[in-house]
Design a binder for this molecule. Structure first.
Ligand code: ADP
Ligand code: 5GP
Length: 214
């Protein structure tokens, strides 16, 4: 009963930004969150990176040629974009506007350059979480175990990880992904708590009037 009432109180959506060095586990945690949090929507990025065998165009990414990516970027269709590990990635603007205008939440699996751009553009709506691996050796073995990238791509991702890791400082929350269940629950708890923030809930004024019979 209480949960239903909470859901009818009008609120602004959360833009949940999840960043980490490659292989730390953000896609895994993102996938689990999307399964458990039915009202959370994933921002599907555009990229010039080649599609991995397990990926579906339009579900994991929209895979674009460099020319098409640049056309969208230059027509302001992207809310943020960055070059990561030698490929271009960007967040399409329209789905974010739509989800936010409906008071729903959106999840962004993007790197720190994109995270910082979103924090600059929409500080009040963004909640940022940086995931850290428990150790560099575990990060390496996760990238190898995932077995989705070529050996030279893994090498590049590991080399970039050292710089990427230093950006935890710019995020609101930092979660170490050693035990997956625990890390997942920590990220989920952040989302649940952030939804309840007073300044995201304009509907509380109306609720108060109903509560007090005004
Ligand atoms: P990212 O999206 O950050 O690049 P992934 O979510 O693809 O990383 O995870 C990289 C690999 O590590 C995957 O094979 C995933 O199953 C595995 N993994 C993720 N979290 C953990 C964890 N806590 N313990 C062990 N393996 C993990
Ligand atoms: P991957 O190639 O492993 O899918 O992603 C590589 C990196 O690019 C990850 O850190 C991922 O979060 C990031 N990334 C994915 N989509 C976007 C995006 O739209 N914008 C930015 N800035 N980074 C992204």
């Amino acid at each position: 009963m209480d949960a239903e009432i909470t859901q009818t109180i009008k609120r602004r959506g959360v833009m949940l930004v999840l960043s980490s060095p490659s292989g730390a586990g953000k896609s895994t945690i993102a996938r689990n969150l999307l399964e458990k949090e039915k009202t959370l929507e994933l921002s599907v990025s555009v990229t010039t990176r080649p599609r991995r065998g397990s990926e579906i165009d339009g579900t994991h990414y929209h895979f674009l040629t460099k020319l098409e990516f640049e056309r969208r970027r230059d027509s302001d269709a992207l809310l943020e974009w960055a070059e990561v590990h030698g490929n271009l990635y960007g967040t399409p603007r329209d789905p974010v506007d739509e989800v936010m205008s409906e008071g729903r939440d959106m999840l962004f699996d993007i790197d720190y350059q994109g995270g910082l751009q979103l924090m600059e553009k929409a500080r009040a709506d963004v909640v940022s979480v940086f995931l850290l691996p428990p150790s560099m050796s575990e990060l390496k073995s996760r990238l190898e175990r995932r077995a989705e990238d070529a050996a030279d791509a893994i090498k590049k991702r590991l080399a970039n990880a050292e710089e990427e890791i230093t950006h935890w400082r710019e995020y609101d929350f930092v979660v170490v992904n050693d035990d997956l269940d625990r890390a997942f629950h920590e990220v989920q708890s952040i989302l649940i708590a952030e939804r309840l923030r007073r300044d995201r809930r304009p509907g509380l004024f109306e609720f108060e009037e109903t509560l007090l019979g005004l």
